[in-house]
Design a protein around this ligand. Structure first.
Ligand code: HEC
Length: 159
């Protein structure tokens, strides 16, 4: 593109444009996990990404795994067998009493919507991101069902 940018034009990096794309992104059938479509309502994504109930035991395995969720790099939580938990973020203890499933879903899918400066990664977003290693480009960090499994665990962490 050439010429001067017109002042009224929306910038290409507009986060809301990226959000609209993410929300309309179709599930790529039969390929590597793609980001699921979602709708943000207020401070939550009320609807399940998959329509399949999450499995809290699988969610726990994802949260404590250093390769998958890697949540404990930043968070501590009620996981007494896990050494070296993070202190960069609030403890996940009691998070299920503070936030409901829809709020937890937004936190995992689009944490920038809650805090634009957050260091917490978006576990579902695949576009509009910067500083993404080539191995991860075009792939969400977790599948939509993984996110539902993590939420199923988090809602049980009530004290
Ligand atoms: C790179 C660091 C980092 C990683 C990794 C991370 N988070 Fe976070 N998370 C944060 C920070 C920092 C906050 C505090 C609010 C903010 O800055 O957005 C937060 C906030 C949250 C909250 C809201 C807590 C509250 O009490 O309001 C939840 C829930 C959460 N994270 C869950 C997770 C889960 C589950 C994972 C793994 C799948 C994860 N986070 C991975 C940094 C991280």
């Amino acid at each position: 593109m050439t010429g001067r940018a017109r002042p009224a034009r929306r910038r290409a990096g507009d986060p809301w444009a990226a959000l609209a794309v993410a929300a309309l992104w179709p599930l790529a059938a039969g390929s590597a996990p793609a980001a699921a479509p979602f709708t943000v309502v207020g401070t939550a994504i009320p609807q399940s990404l998959t329509g399949v109930a999450g499995d809290a035991a699988r969610g726990r395995a994802i949260v404590v795994s250093r390769q998958r969720g890697a949540c404990l790099l930043c968070h501590a939580g009620p996981f007494p067998d896990e050494p070296g938990q993070g202190d960069l973020a609030p403890s996940l203890a009691g998070v299920g009493a503070r936030l409901d499933a829809g709020e937890l879903r937004l936190r995992l899918v689009l944490p920038q919507r809650i805090n634009p400066q957050t260091v917490m990664p978006s576990y579902q977003r695949v576009d509009g991101l910067q500083r993404v290693g080539s191995a991860w480009r075009g792939k969400p960090l977790l599948s939509a069902q993984d996110v539902e499994d993590v939420i199923a665990l988090l809602v049980t962490l009530r004290d």
